[in-house]
Design a protein around this ligand. Structure first.
Ligand code: ADP
Ligand code: MG
Length: 699
């Protein structure tokens, strides 16, 4: 029995269906079909009645009879509305798309199993786009109560491969498979320790559950397996990085670091900054290759840590560079460094997309001959023409804007890989960090510089505009400055741009010249104009800065004490938090005002409430993760976390921890998987390797 045989040879498939299976689901072999897992189950014993529906957005399963339907509206408002009922009452089901297709499957008086999330509309519940399955009521209660549901597509359904069709094929295939044909890929020691079901049984169970309880065990085993292999990968990478890749050694703390630290540091470092610096020094002093992530909330003072690390490189005769995602931010770093390092007589160079050709040539030459020791730049830095003499340290600020591939190119700029320090202000929850960045060591700056007052955040609806304006007036009278931010999610969105301009005009009407001076900054403006306006605001010549999210990673204006975020419901949590971080940089009490419409979804409400409750970036990141799933968190795209078939990083944390622990332990004790019991891991990895690309060198 060969599971790798072509799916076309499965009874009931044939060339036409094989083609659909290839194209729609990437299923080419029997094995692929086996791994086309159901995405949920219909538990026929769990049926709600219409009158029992009490909450919105929680999925329910109903057994309903079709009463009537009609197509309503025209154009974009066109929809299909159908009335269904059970003994307890009736409910409307609506479809805004695919009406023709649905209508064909409706029959008055027929019973359907209906699955979906109710929403409340004018005091009654309805369900939009439910899943619908024709059932024979009398046969409903026979057999196993758990029925698998497979993902399908319209194209596949046309060839009879809807969920039921796929279930039938899979049943057919499994019936032909001799017992234990699916090889075990977890060592017996682990199976025993965590009481895991064996693999052959678990996969069969997944497709054809005996009952809810056994299914749960099967699912647990397969989740464990998936997370275990993810962690094995991470553990192996980490081991490879620390064992094989030798790093350059910064053995001494020398003149520059000392002089700066003792004589020119403008403030005392916080405990957290000192701790992180110590961790960095331990890494770079040992001859290991540093791959470290610094997580620190906005304003926690990551820059100074970066600068001190660069001085360490200089002291040891190595070049270093600091890379930032935008020109504004790069310039800000450059200026700060020039100022701070001036007394040391150390020259820093700046390289961005707008550096003139002659200047660029001079810098290229200086980097190559080693006369330039410190460089700040945008991604212009990673172009192949930029070559170094002896690059020893690369610092990447706000890493989420740099792709893994871009970072990998930095790696090629030195014979011995330079130490890598990645700094991010987007905190990643611990469980996710250890999976996504499992091969990076993580340092956390979890303390703000002293004297900062926590920002007070309030949530107001449009209706309270006058009150908000009154507050802004008062703050401006006190000599403070104000940001008003409009969502411009996509700079090319004409509608967003119109909103911004209307917003600006309304601000100008409410705060008239000459009493009030207003700046405006957005992504469409020329860089010079933007800098000009920014500078006016920075110098205190304007009172209000109307802006888009370009200021998210922009200038530091300690005198700005109020951040107003318009249409706040349109921003994600981490973005709101980043924006809020623009104020609260001076000694004064700062405020953040979230302005929204008065009709908000549950989720938007939760976002606003979270912002009002906490200033802690990590807490906010946790909520963000619960709300959006790991897909939107930085770094996850590259990590494979998204490709998980069955496990869920957020919901399966306890399984994740167990899988991680056993994977780490195994890689430490038997790194080549040479022990007999561990040989199955090696086999599985070889199999996976044929599928995987090597993104892992640097992260
Ligand atoms: P971020 O971590 O967001 O990059 P910055 O490095 O820009 O933060 O620091 C924010 C502000 O705090 C800067 O003005 C910086 O000079 C100041 N700062 C940093 N560390 C300290 C400290 N230990 N004490 C006082 N101020 C500090
Ligand atoms: Mg910063």
């Amino acid at each position: 029995m060969n599971l790798l045989q072509d799916i076309v040879y499965l009874k009931g498939v044939g060339p036409a269906r094989a083609k659909v299976l290839n194209e729609e689901f990437g299923v080419y072999t029997w094995r692929d079909l086996l791994f086309h897992y159901p995405f949920r189950y219909i538990d026929k014993s769990q049926i709600t009645s219409v009158s029992q529906i009490k909450t919105e957005h929680e999925p329910v399963q109903l057994l309903l009879e079709c009463v009537s339907w009609q197509e309503l509206g025209v154009g974009r408002a066109k929809r299909l509305a159908a009335r269904f009922r059970d003994a307890s009452g009736d409910i409307e089901l609506v479809w805004f798309k695919g009406a023709q297709y649905i209508v064909k499957s409706l029959q008055i008086g027929q019973h359907y199993l209906v699955y979906g999330k109710p929403t409340l509309f004018s005091g009654k519940y309805n369900i939009a786009h439910p899943e619908l399955e024709w059932v024979e009521k009398s046969r409903m209660m026979s057999g196993s109560s758990m029925k698998p549901v497979y993902r399908s597509t319209e194209k596949a359904a046309k060839k009879g491969l809807n969920s039921n069709g796929i279930a039938q094929l899979t049943r057919q295939m499994i019936a032909e498979m001799p017992a234990n044909v699916i090889p075990e890929n977890l060592p017996v020691s682990i199976l025993t320790k965590y009481k895991l079901m064996d693999r052959d049984k678990a996969i069969r169970e997944l497709h054809f559950p005996t009952d809810a309880k056994t299914l749960e065990w099967a699912v647990r085993r397969l989740k464990f397996e998936e997370l275990f292999y993810l962690q094995i990968k991470v553990a192996a990478q980490k081991l490879a990085l620390t064992k094989d890749e030798r790093g350059v050694v910064f053995e001494k703390v020398g003149h520059y670091f000392h002089t700066f630290y003792e004589e020119h540091l403008p403030f005392e470092l916080t405990g957290a900054q000192k701790r992180v610096l110590k961790e960095i020094r331990q890494d770079v002093g040992k001859g290991f290759h540093m791959n470290r992530l610094i997580q620190g909330d906005v304003g926690s003072g990551k820059t100074i840590v970066a600068i001190l690390s660069m001085l360490l490189a200089v002291d040891n005769g190595f070049q270093s560079c600091l890379m930032a995602p935008t020109e504004i931010l790069t310039l800000q770093h450059y200026k700060a460094m020039c100022e701070l390092l001036e007394p040391l007589n150390l020259k820093v160079e700046l390289l961005t997309g707008s550096t003139r050709a002659a200047e660029r040539r001079r810098i290229h030459a200086g980097l190559l001959d080693g006369s330039i020791s410190m460089l700040v730049g945008t991604h212009a830095l990673i172009e192949p023409v930029v070559q170094f003499n002896n690059l020893g340290l690369v610092i990447i600020d706000e890493q989420h804007r740099f792709g893994v591939a871009q970072r990998a190119r930095l790696w090629e700029k030195a014979k011995i890989p330079p130490h890598i320090l990645v700094m991010t202000a987007t905190p990643i929850p611990r469980t996710l960090a250890m999976t996504v960045y499992g091969d990076l060591d993580v340092s956390v700056i979890d303390e703000l510089p002293p004297g900062r007052k926590p920002i007070q955040t309030v949530w107001r609806t449009d209706a309270r505009r006058l009150e908000i304006d009154g507050f802004l007036e008062k703050e401006i009278k006190k000599g403070r400055q104000v940001y008003i931010v409009y969502p411009l999610i996509d700079e090319s969105e004409a509608l967003d741009f119109k909103n911004l301009m209307e917003g600006y005009e309304s601000v100008v009407r409410r705060f008239p010249r000459p009493q009030y001076q207003i700046s405006i900054v957005h992504g469409r403006a020329k860089a010079e104009d933007r800098d000009f306006e920014m500078n006016l605001f920075l110098k205190g010549n304007t009172h209000i800065m109307v802006a888009t999210t370009v200021i998210e990673v922009g200038v530091n204006v300690p005198n700005a004490s109020v951040m107003v975020i318009e249409s706040a419901e349109r921003f994600g949590l981490s973005q709101l938090h980043q924006l809020r971080g623009r104020v609260g940089r001076g000694a004064d009490q700062s405020y953040c005002i979230l302005v929204t419409g008065d009709k908000l979804s549950q989720e938007s409400k939760l976002r606003m409430e979270t912002m009002c409750q906490t200033n802690d970036g990590f807490e906010i990141a946790e909520v963000d993760l619960q709300l959006r799933g790991p897909g939107d968190i930085s770094g996850t795209q590259q990590s494979g976390v998204l490709q998980l078939k069955i496990a869920d990083i957020v919901k399966d944390q306890s399984i994740l921890l167990a899988a991680r622990e056993s994977a780490m332990e195994l890689v430490e004790t038997d790194p080549s998987f040479g022990q007999l019991d561990n040989f199955c891991i090696k086999k599985q990895l070889d199999e996976n390797n044929t599928l995987q690309s090597n993104w892992s060198k640097i992260s």
